[in-house]
Ligand binder design. Structure first.
Ligand SMILES: NC(=O)c1ccc[n+]([C@@H]2O[C@H](COP(=O)([O-])OP(=O)(O)OC[C@H]3O[C@@H](n4cnc5c(N)ncnc54)[C@H](OP(=O)(O)O)[C@@H]3O)[C@@H](O)[C@H]2O)c1
Length: 393
């Protein structure tokens, strides 16, 4: 479960922001910059986008930056930062060095994909507060990650708006009193599109999320609802709860970010504007709250709030999420890795939209699950699933 060390809430947080050039990363910088007394931006990273990383470094003056792609243009980054005292690192070893840096106490992990897993492990083994946007690491190796966190007194605090909402709602009770966790989902851009038309949707249509502006993978995952499948597993791992206690409801307005139903029938949820800076800030200040630039939410002018049962024919990914959470072992890592490849194939125009979830299902069907996996088992299942997903055409 999520722990917090109350002494840290009073100290300046020295933050390693990994994935700073992405959607979460740039919004996190907005949050960090508002509280210079509370946060010190110790390090930043990008994968390939060295120009944005250089701009951020010159604005926020971290001690270190890293360009993680081994083929990235690190020499151009070095030239841009020449004359500053900013140290430039590169590659996987550079990222590991930032994740475990003894001079930081907080890692905000905002890289996309299972590349986040080794970084999450390094951060928790080093006893950091891990503000975790990278849900893929919890999906692939949740049990291992949470065990390492417990052993080193690290805290894992979710950035995902749904899990942040649950964490906030759980402050009204405790996990033993939970009847159900209710994850809300917008339903994405194809909630009402005729199912036969999904065969022809383009990447641009699938990327156009109705309520959130996000990176490419999570936008496509929201359109297929594979994002919610990942979030079912994420919720089970974070809150130590069975998948049969997790319900998904479609809530197109994205105002109620998720709810907890307690054993006495009370529903406690968290609402607000769909603005990721709110859960990002809460993950960084947890268990405290600080002022935010989010405007007050006016209930009297809000849209009608509606909730509906997900259509499982339209969104077959949901069942895969429940299955991955139920069967466990290496299956969630396989689900995530196959999806990563299939999304990439769709974005490159190589497979049609419905083939994303079909690919994931085929790879999951073909997988021989290893129970109670070690990290090596998870990594090899991830690799196997990637190769298998490429074979599914
Ligand atoms: N966006 C949201 O609103 C949102 C909400 C909830 C959860 N999340 C989760 O937050 C994470 C980040 O999402 P995002 O939407 O911010 O993604 P994004 O916009 O695509 O940004 C990804 C970031 O990770 C870096 N990166 C890409 N591949 C990498 C690799 N192999 N190794 C290390 N770094 C890599 C990117 O660098 P370059 O810029 O150089 O490519 C960029 O800084 C995901 O796990 C997502 O599921 C996002």
């Amino acid at each position: 479960m999520i722990e917090h060390r109350s002494n840290l809430t009073r100290l300046t947080r020295r933050v390693a922001l990994l994935g700073s050039t992405g959607s979460i990363g740039t919004q996190a910088l907005d949050v960090l910059a508002r509280f210079p007394d509370r946060f010190d931006v110790a390090s930043l990273s990008a994968h390939q986008d060295w120009e944005s990383l250089a701009d951020q470094a010159l604005t926020y003056s971290p001690q270190r930056v890293c360009l993680s792609d081994p083929q990235g243009d690190v020499s151009s980054l070095r030239s841009r930062l020449d004359g500053t005292s900013i140290e430039v690192l590169s590659g996987v070893s550079g990222m590991q060095s930032l994740a475990g840096d003894p001079s930081t106490n907080t890692v905000l992990l905002a890289v996309v994909g299972s590349a986040g897993l080794p970084l999450a492990l390094t951060a928790v083994k080093a006893g950091k507060v891990l503000a975790l946007a990278n849900k893929e690491s919890l999906v692939a190796a949740g049990a291992i990650l949470m065990k390492c966190a417990a052993e080193s007194s690290a805290s894992v605090v979710p950035v995902d708006s749904e899990h942040s909402a649950i964490l906030q709602s759980l402050r009204s009770g405790n996990v033993r009193e939970v009847r159900r966790l209710i994850l809300t989902a917008s339903g994405g851009p194809f909630r009402t599109t005729p199912i036969v038309d999904l065969e022809d949707v383009t990447p641009d249509q699938a990327l156009a999320h109705p309520t959130w502006s996000m990176g490419k993978r999570i936008s496509i995952d929201s359109a297929t609802m594979m994002n919610k499948a990942l979030e079912i597993v994420e919720a089970c791992e974070l809150f130590s709860i069975g998948q049969d206690q997790v319900q998904v409801v479609i809530h197109p307005q994205s105002i109620v970010h998720s709810l907890v139903e307690f054993c006495d029938g009370s529903l406690v949820g968290q609402m607000g504007h769909p603005d990721m800076r709110i859960p990002i800030q809460f993950a960084l200040t947890y268990p405290d709250r600080l002022e935010s630039p989010a405007p007050s939410f006016d209930l009297t002018v809000s849209p009608e709030l509606t909730f509906e049962e997900p259509d499982t024919e339209r969104f077959p990914a949901l069942e895969l999420g429940y299955r991955a959470a139920r069967e466990g072992g290496t299956l969630p890592a396989v689900m995530n890795a196959a999806d990563e490849v299939a999304v990439d194939q769709f974005l490159q125009g190589k497979i049609p939209f419905p083939a994303i979830v079909n690919t994931v299902r085929q790879v999951m069907d073909a997988h021989k699950i290893k129970t109670n996996p070690e990290i090596e088992d998870v990594l090899s299942a991830d690799l196997w699933a990637r190769e298998e997903a490429l074979r599914c055409r």
